[in-house]
Write a protein that binds this ligand. Sequence first.
Ligand SMILES: [Zn+2]
Ligand SMILES: [Zn+2]
Length: 169
Amino acid sequence: MLIDMMPILSGECDKIDLDFTLTLEDDIDDISFREPIRVCGAVVNMAGYMTLSLEAQVRYMTSCARCLKELEGEAIIRYDKNVAVEKTLEDEENDDYVFVHQGKLDIDETLCEQILLELPAKHLCSEDCKGLCPVCGKDRNIDPCDCESKKEIDPRLAKLANLFGDNKE
Ligand SMILES: [Zn+2]
Ligand SMILES: [Zn+2]
């Protein structure tokens, strides 16, 4: 999204309302965006001090970290920045700022970064998802296998088993 800042820079108005969609083409890790992201907010000028605040409604598909079932996620991401015309600040490396270039504000990159940063890194279909059995691979939510009971051995015995395993090699 390229925001035309001229109405504010020329003093014509103090606020520009924004309502647009952002399309993220690529999947990120196991998150895919099937629909464009709706972004709403405004750029406001208060006595020469400009701020940009946006809210993005993000809907995405991902999979459960334990059982791999596909699930839908939803998040509201807030994006707040100070706005300055480029070359008017001493320190342009400041992450709190976005800069106006030739009368326009290009925010796609930093907005995408913010969205990706704030999405949860791990999703679960439910808090008590039992996940896949590490032994037979069955979904334990649907089909509780009996691998668990076979696997449960005395930890002291397990230690011994490991010892023997090591000796064999
Ligand atoms: Zn799950
Ligand atoms: Zn199993």
